[in-house]
Design a protein around this ligand. Structure first.
Ligand SMILES: [Zn+2]
Length: 118
């Protein structure tokens, strides 16, 4: 399971994200807690355009992880702070599909937000 360098650096620098990464490893040890719901693949390239997973937390119940063209979203509270969370990290490691860096670090950019409100 290859983690992109910028995510590795983030995990190393940010203690809260590091904690989420550790929790994600726990999910990966229990594959039934990461459930594929639906997805759409590009007919030509075979790559995923969008998909949705449910990640089941023992303590807090179910969270919905959505992916669309390089951007992940989760409905858990931590996601709002960092644009990433244990659920997304678990799905990324399971699928090998990682967010594009700009979808996270430029998310405060107004233009980007507007584009994603549709
Ligand atoms: Zn989450």
């Amino acid at each position: 399971m290859d983690i992109p360098d910028w995510i590795r650096e983030w995990i190393a620098k940010d203690r809260l994200v590091y904690n989420k990464y550790r929790i994600s490893l726990e999910y990966l040890r229990h594959p039934k807690r990461i459930r594929f719901v639906k997805g759409v693949k590009d007919k030509e390239t075979g790559e995923w355009i969008s998909f949705e997973y449910i990640v089941k937390s023992k303590k807090y119940g179910k969270y919905r992880v959505k992916y669309y063209r390089g951007k992940y979203e989760c409905n858990c509270p931590f996601f709002k702070h960092r644009q990433i969370c244990s659920h997304i990290l678990a799905v990324c490691q399971k699928t090998g599909i990682w967010p594009k860096k700009e979808t996270i670090f430029y998310s405060k950019n107004k233009k980007f937000k507007e584009e994603n409100q549709n």
